[in-house]
Write a protein that binds this ligand. Structure first.
Ligand code: NAP
Length: 278
């Protein structure tokens, strides 16, 4: 029941109609009996500054920020978490007494999903990360904050992998991050413990596996962050009986961490996951 005391959270993006976040957050508020509501708000780029100002004016508890505002929002905020600073993008704003603090829960959600859903310990692991876009950047930062031994970074666009590597080397021992081209992928995958797909390859049913299935071995854990279909990479992993996960865990856990920042309560992960799969 929405009352005069109900606290409001939401998500700003453009477009936004497709967002699954209202489903999972409203289910979580209901489960814990919290007097909160979560709404999706279409905010065009030219309206972003006014929308951010409205968080204070309307006393919203907090919002998620999604495409295309994750970077543009930064100068409009009062402060950033260390993750948001390192990643250079914000997906969560917490409203604390008139101050707007930007955070980024994508990489942390990925790490929590690896640890809690898949029981993977990152310390000392060698990781191949394919895709140096927004998601790859968040994941790369969080991996390096979790004591991996080596990060092999591949992107089809050489300038993108090089540029992300420069930023990642500034937050970790520089020799932990190596950029690799197509020709070096087989050796890197052979050495790796974990392979991550952070590209959109696999979203269309006609897409091939992002790496040649012949390179996949039982030693690997494969995490494909695409969450709305089974990609050719995951199909190949399952055929070969290699441990693997899709992006649903990352999606739920990034939402759970935002939820916890706004409410101070432990998120009901199972309920949030169920709401997404309904
Ligand atoms: P993005 O910013 O477009 O980055 C994707 C990167 O992958 C680009 O640099 C792209 O290069 C590169 N790429 C494309 N094809 C490639 C290939 N065959 N080999 C190597 N690199 C390739 O996209 P994003 O926002 O990072 O999102 C990537 C995917 O992750 C999307 O499918 C998205 O739905 C998913 N995602 C999932 C979650 C979750 O919670 N599970 C969160 C965020 C994103 P070019 O630009 O040159 O094509």
């Amino acid at each position: 029941m929405i009352t005069g005391k109900t606290k409001i959270c939401g998500i700003f993006g453009y477009p936004i109609e497709h967002s699954l976040s209202p489903l999972m957050h409203n289910a979580a508020f209901k489960e814990l009996g919290l007097d909160y509501v979560y709404v999706a708000v279409k905010v065009a780029p030219e309206d972003l500054a006014a929308a951010i100002k409205a968080i204070r004016a309307l006393d919203l508890a907090g919002v998620n920020i999604t495409f295309p505002h994750k970077e543009a929002v930064i100068p409009l905020l009062d402060d950033l978490s260390p993750e948001a600073k390192s990643i250079g993008a914000v997906n969560t704003i917490v409203h604390c007494g008139g101050r707007l603090i930007g955070d980024n829960t994508d990489g942390k959600g990925f790490i929590r999903s690896l640890a809690e859903d898949n029981k993977i310990k990152l310390k000392g692991k060698k990781v191949v990360l394919v895709g140096a876009g927004g998601a790859g950047r968040s994941i790369g930062v969080s991996l390096l904050k979790n004591n991996i031994q080596a990060l092999y970074l591949h992107d089809i666009a050489e300038h993108k992998r090089n540029s992300l590597a420069v930023d990642l080397r500034s937050i970790s021992p520089a020799n932990k991050v190596k950029t690799i081209g197509q020709a070096e992928l087989p050796q890197a995958i052979k050495e790796a413990d974990i392979l991550i797909n952070a590209t959109p390859i696999g979203m269309r049913s006609t897409d091939p596996s992002v790496v040649d299935p012949i390179l996949l071995t039982k030693k690997l854990f494969i995490y494909d962050i695409i969450y709305n279909c089974e990609t050719a990479l995951l199909k190949a992993a399952k055929r070969k009986k290699i441990k693997c996960a899709n992006g649903m865990g990352m999606l739920v856990n990034q939402g759970a961490i935002s939820f916890e920042l706004w409410t101070g309560k432990k998120a009901p992960i199972a309920v949030m996951r169920k709401a997404l799969s309904a």
